[in-house]
Design a protein around this ligand. Sequence first.
Ligand code: 6PG
Length: 470
Amino acid sequence: NQSSFGMIGLGTMGSNLLQNIADHGYNCSGYDNDPKKVDTLNNLSRNDIHAYSDLKAFVENLKSPKTVMMLVPAGKIVDAVIGELLEVLDKGDIIIDGGNSHFTDTERRFADLEKKGYHFVGMGVSGGEEGARKGPSMMPGGDKNAYETIKPVLEKIAAHVNGEPTVAYMGERSAGHFVKMVHNGIEYALMQLISETYEVMKKGLQMDDKEIYEVFKKWNDGRLKSYLIEITRDIFAYKKKGEDHLFFNDIKDEAKAKGTGKWTSQAAMDLTVPVPIIDIAVSMRDLSKYKDLRTKASQMYPDPKEIKFTDKKGEYIAQLEEAFYFAMVSAYAQGMHLLYSANEEFKYDLNLDLIAKIWRGGCIIRSEFLEDIYAAYKKDSKLKHLFLDDSVHKNLLKSISGIRTVVSDAALHGIAVPAFAVALSYFDNFRNEEMPANLIQAQRDFFGSHTYELRGKEGVFHTDWEDGGN
Ligand code: 6PG
């Protein structure tokens, strides 16, 4: 009984995704060079899944044209596995990289494999371990014909929203991995915003864990409904057996990162697209690692004497909800702006409405608000920035006062809300017809003859500023 789908890398993600595929009626094979992982899968004793520790045997058991997906750590391992695969696969076979590969690696691998006659699909997979098992969101890009071949499987195993699968062909070459990278950038931004919300409730409003739980619970029943708010609510209810304190309070305040957020910021800087909420989210994870410096500085620079935002907690929570809504919209808007610009630069042929559509389910950043994003891009697929959409515009106007209140109170009381603050300042400059950038141009020209352009006059000019003028 030959398999129609092969998976390389039988960690939890690979194993779960393979079981998901088998559940939908496909015979599957798995390969890993770790015999323990092979045994774990074989010990499930499913007659529709066979795992191998011998690559040749694994490949021989696949139907032609063979479809092999890799779920291995990004980087050199992907190249090594592709190298091994080329020795055992035939031209015309399909290789899918489902890991979080850097889009420039995917770009290179796509070109190389296309030249050699193989079909390569770089595919972002989101939804974590549970998503892989029950229905992820998938962002494939690259070889369009190969996508058409694997589309029926992917559509079956994906999550579904209103009966439609959360998978679609993203675009040319490395488009799939670029889109997944931006997804992760937004993920970083939203997580940072949620953690700042927690900080405001805990330190600014002196709320206890139970009260904070109630807020996240309520938010998840409203317009902020999203996977990340939902799991945050659950974290605020999680106690280990026999213990009466919340478990997450035992965790060190030092955040780790595998790099996709940083890549998003790097790519955005290369494309000269501002995504400051993502940037600050990456930076704050970095700052969290300097525990010893933070500890020392906390003694040198103590808190202001009285930290108390308000006596009216209930009313304040409504403002905080507005602030979070405003900043959340801004985080998605910055990510979408980056996708818009990357599409122009890299000629990916992306459809922003389709991206919003498949992010509505299965992935980590799925949220109620993605319905609005989807609606905005469906109405105008060439929309340059989400802030310019009519309905987003209306809702943002209503939430500005909330974010101004929270950011100013936090500043006055010495509570760090960098992502909220940068969301607000980005917005205030985005709506600023006259930025002070003329002064920067004057300075550049003053010290380095970098030249400037003038209002109402064509051309590029330079002034000898040292001559003192008039
Ligand atoms: C997903 C996630 C996932 C990512 C983790 C960890 O969409 O399922 O984005 O792909 O690996 O979120 O990322 P960090 O280790 O960088 O926080």
